[in-house]
Design a binder for this molecule. Structure first.
Ligand code: AMP
Length: 132
């Protein structure tokens, strides 16, 4: 199993933001900004564009709900979305609350938050997701 499959299965700890039977969302451990979240399919697939049409459509709808929850928890101009996947070979969508275009620059130095702050951030997003 790859690292993100283990996270979705609960075998490696993560700061859970949202989940359903098919997808899982958790905080990026090296966030660009507070609330930077990753959405993944529970199924092991590396390249997002290898997903079948209906699966990628459901994945994007899941990411949309997570983005709405992030914006409710952490007011921002927009939640930006990015797909890189050069580091971890398991499809994932980055969701980043943006106050400016620069917030979605992956060359920026990553932020560091305490475990308590990360827990509180994830809990705030999870709470908003439950309302949708
Ligand atoms: P990329 O594959 O280029 O989209 O980058 C992978 C992303 O996953 C990076 O932003 C990492 O900080 C993040 N990441 C890697 N391992 C973990 C982990 N165990 N928990 C949360 N985020 C992770």
């Amino acid at each position: 199993m790859d690292i993100f499959s283990k996270i979705a299965a609960g075998e490696i700890p993560s700061y859970k933001c949202a989940e359903n039977e098919e997808f899982y969302a958790f905080l990026d451990i090296n966030p660009l900004v507070k609330g930077h979240t990753l959405c993944i399919p529970r199924r092991e697939v590396d390249y997002i564009f290898d997903m079948e049409d209906d699966e990628i459509a459901r994945f994007q709808v899941f990411a949309k709900k997570v983005a709405i929850a992030i914006k409710a928890a952490f007011p921002c101009i927009k939640v930006g979305e990015a797909v890189l996947g050069l580091e971890v070979p398991h499809a994932h969508i980055h969701l980043v609350p943006m106050q400016s275009e620069n917030d979605l620059n992956f060359r920026n130095e990553k932020k560091s938050f305490s475990a308590e702050e990360m827990q509180a951030t994830a809990a705030a997003i999870f709470s908003e997701f439950q309302k949708l």
